[in-house]
Design a protein around this ligand. Structure first.
Ligand code: PLP
Length: 370
């Protein structure tokens, strides 16, 4: 297997794929694949419950939070969130730090006409996140949404926005819930879930295969939904049906469960994962900073640990860099089409050896072309 730096769908932990391969045709002597099981069967229910149990354990999710395993991608949540939280009026507020956040704003406006921008990093070209004192909720804010890690720009918050009750105060002192898109950073390290009203993540980076979204929602927020929403969007309905209103993404959910087991047993939990991720990111940023041949524009404290965009000083070399890196077994280093250049995604499943190989390749490429 080659080293895969894809931003999503991302690399999967090799031991998880190996276990899935072993169980693919015959799950633990049952004579069928998990893919072929009824989601209501005893065996599948056990798989689903174990996955939730392991996720709760990894993130120390408090009892008053529900965990939903739903579908439609993180993008669907851009619509589901205002439906679930605007039942008592008000507007969605956003901290805008890049492309994913702007898509969330656009969807809220498309559906409900208004959305407030409580702070934005647009003036600095999304190279540093707004500081806490710059965030101003509108007087009618019903919730605040932000993107913990902007996957395309490689910009990550260095702090949590929510207070110890998972809220933030409006100018009139009323506290509203803080909602976070954690698609590209969930499980990269330990997290205080109580600092959020809701957090959610598309699976295809640190959780498992695409087709699944994990939503973690504080249970009092299940009462704030609009009456006119599609029933499949309803967090309350999903919570009441244990995420099985309809057929869930059963195989992705099962593989997510194997990833959670891998994190717990093989990696040793999220503190250990965080330490590995910190080493990986700092090695790559150090290599970029040590050379004039490569660059990354993001302010030090907001450099993403998961997605490292970098430019070559001479963009005419981009194609050669991509072709040669692929030949060297370093896959998917092309930057997002809106940004250009390169991007190395260093999600949990990317081993440290992959970063070592990339850094060596970069030095060699510079020697030959610099
Ligand atoms: N939010 C973030 C931070 C992302 O990185 C992505 C996808 O890359 C999305 C949302 C959209 O996810 P999906 O493709 O699951 O809709």
């Amino acid at each position: 297997r080659h080293f895969n730096f894809c931003a999503g769908p991302a690399a999967m932990p090799a031991p998880v794929l190996e276990r899935a391969r072993q169980e693919m045709l015959d799950y633990q002597g049952r004579g069928l694949s998990v893919m072929e099981m009824s989601h209501r069967s005893r065996d599948y229910m056990a798989i689903a419950e174990q996955a939730e149990h392991d996720l709760r354990d990894l993130l120390s999710i408090p009892n008053n939070y529900r965990v939903l395993f739903t579908q439609g991608g993180a993008t669907q949540q851009f619509a589901a969130l205002p439906y679930n939280l605007l039942g008592q009026g008000g507007t969605a507020n956003f901290v805008h730090t890049g492309i994913w956040g702007s898509k969330a704003v656009k969807e809220a406006r498309h559906l409900f006409g208004e959305a407030g921008v409580a702070a934005s990093s647009e003036p600095n070209g999304h190279t540093a996140v707004p500081r806490p004192e710059e965030i101003r909720l509108s007087p009618d804010a019903a919730y605040l949404h932000y993107t913990a890690n902007e996957t395309i720009g490689g910009l990550e918050f260095d702090y949590l926005l929510g207070n110890t009750r998972g809220g933030m105060a409006r100018p009139d002192g009323v506290e509203v819930p803080v909602v976070c898109d954690m698609s590209s950073s969930i499980l990269s390290g330990p997290l205080d879930v109580s600092r959020f009203g809701i957090l959610y993540a598309g699976a295809q980076k640190n959780i498992g295969p695409a087709g699944l979204v994990v939503v973690i929602v504080r249970d009092d927020l299940l009462e704030l939904a609009r009456a006119d929403m599609p029933s499949l969007f309803s967090y309350r309905a999903l919570a009441e049906a244990a995420s099985m209103i309809n057929t869930p993404a059963t195989y992705s959910w099962y593989l997510a469960g194997l990833v959670f087991q891998w994190l717990r047993q093989d990696v040793g939990g999220l503190d250990a994962m965080q330490a590995i991720n910190a080493r990986k990111a700092s090695k790559l940023y150090a290599a970029i900073d040590a050379s004039d041949f490569y660059s990354n524009p993001i302010a030090g404290i907001n450099r993403s640990r998961m997605n490292v965009p970098f430019m070559l000083a001479d963009a005419r070399l981009d194609e050669a860099f991509l072709a040669e890196s692929e030949q060297a077994g370093l896959l998917n280093l092309k930057g997002h089409r809106s940004v250009g250049g390169m991007r190395a995604s260093l999600y949990n499943a990317v081993p440290e050896a992959a970063v070592d190989a990339l850094v060596d390749f970069m030095a060699d490429f510079e020697r030959r072309n610099g």
